[in-house]
Each structure stands twice: as structure tokens, then as C-alpha cells.
Ligand binder design. Sequence first.
Ligand code: DO4
Ligand code: MG
Length: 283
Amino acid sequence: MKLCRFQNSASEARVGQIIDESTVTDLSAEGIDSITELLEDSDLISRMEALTDSPTLPLDDVEILTPVEKQEIWAAGVTYLRSKKARMEESDFSANAYDQVYDAARPEIFFKSLPEKVVGPNKFIGIRADSRWNVPEPELVLVINSKKELIGVSIGNDMSSRDIEGENLLYLPQAKVYDKSCAIGPYVVVGNNEEEIRQWTIGVEISRQDEVVFSGEISIDNIKRTFSGLIDYLGRSQSFPHGAMLLTGTGVVPDDDFTLAEKDVVSIRISGIGTLQNTVTIL
Ligand code: DO4
Ligand code: MG
């Protein structure tokens, strides 16, 4: 089941359910004004199944917004072997830290974005003007309710400045957190357990002037840690009154001679969810 937020032709933000490739229902016409309210409902699936008469709209007539409302956005790192290797290659200074965290009980988890700074599908994603080496990081997003339960999944882009990150581990927040550095969407998919989600693949395609300049894909099952383990560490000694979203790390990293350029189009696809597409701008 795919839930979304969208803007209708009257510029109103609505909550919807994707019915098929071309149709969305308007759940706000049924009094549902917040996706968070749905994610908090322990009877979400039965509640949704009972809504049989919601008005429908053609997807072409609406603009899909990011599903993020007030959720804090966090990210895990070095959860795939590919990411560990990339981090160690980019950084003489911090290579040992990445090596150790990959095998440690406690995962790397960092704060990624305030909810209001997250961009949705088809919006600009940013690269920093003071960085010379930038990549998208295609990541599965765990959508967590206020009880710290996994309630759904989405697609995320943890945009990263590899030269800043590689220079010194203490620069990580600058490599990761700036305007337009996090995209999430287009939908929250609910109703799948971890075992099912781990069968899906995640891939990215980067196009420059209509030519594909990088593509790669990996099975989500290559994430070294369990989803429940990541959520457990994220939720230790902190509460999330509006829930949280946790990006789970990247397993697709372009070769070291690749960097994003202005106007590149980044399309991240997760087989059970759909595609999150954004265009790069320099900030
Ligand atoms: O410590 C660096 C961040 C790693 C990361 O974001 C990832 O593996 O996805
Ligand atoms: Mg990442």
C-alpha cells in the first residue's frame, strides 16, 4: 500500500493513496489531513481497506510532495561493505574509524535533516559550492512511528560531499547537512516486513544532458545490520513525538573519478516502492 502527500490544482496539500500508475485517491476528502496520523494508527491497514469511496484524481493533475511532515531525519552509515571500502579509500585520516564501525555493535548514526529542509520528488537537490567531489547516496528509508515501530519504507538520497567527509571525520556534518542535501519520497509503502523488503533492490541512474553517466544497483539484503537493530540504536535515550525517518546507508558508490555536476538528473529506484527523481543545483 502506497501512501503519499500531494498538492492539488488548488495548491492544497492533501494525503493520498496511490491506486495504480495513473491514479491517486484523495484521503483528505475523508478527513485525513496528515500522513503522520495514519502512520500512528495501529489499525492502519484495516482503516485504509474500509475507505472504499474516496474520490480519485489523475496523478498527472497533482504534484507529489515529500511524505515528510514533522519527522526528524536521521541516517545510518557504513552499513554496506561497498560503503566501508569507499570511505576508507577517500580518507587516509579516518580510514581506521570506518573499518572499525563496520564491525562494531554500535552503528554509525548521524542527524541528517530537519523535516522542513527535506526536498520531495522532482525538486532540486544541492551540491555545495565549496566542495569539488559530490555524489548522491541512494538509500532505503525506514519510516518509524512515535512508538519507535517500523511502519513503512520510502526512498532517500543522502547527498554527500566526499572531499569534505574524506578530509576529516569531524567535518561529517558539513559534508552531509546543508540546504537541499536530503530528498525523500515519493511514497511511504506500508504492509511489508523486513524479510520482504530485503528481497528488493535499490539502484541509481545519473543522467547528464540525456546521457547516462553512472548507474548501479544492489540488493537491500546486503545491508549488514537488521532494521530492528538500527531502530534500537536510533531510539536509545531519545523520543520522537512525531516519529522519525532513518536512511539506512548506501551500497552504490560511483567510481572515485565521478562527481555530480549542475543539472544532472538523479533517479533512485527501489523495486518495491518506485522512483525518486531530482535535478542537481549548486548552492
Ligand atoms: O561516515 C560516513 C557516512 C556514510 C554514509 O552516509 C553511508 O554509508 O551511506
Ligand atoms: Mg549515506
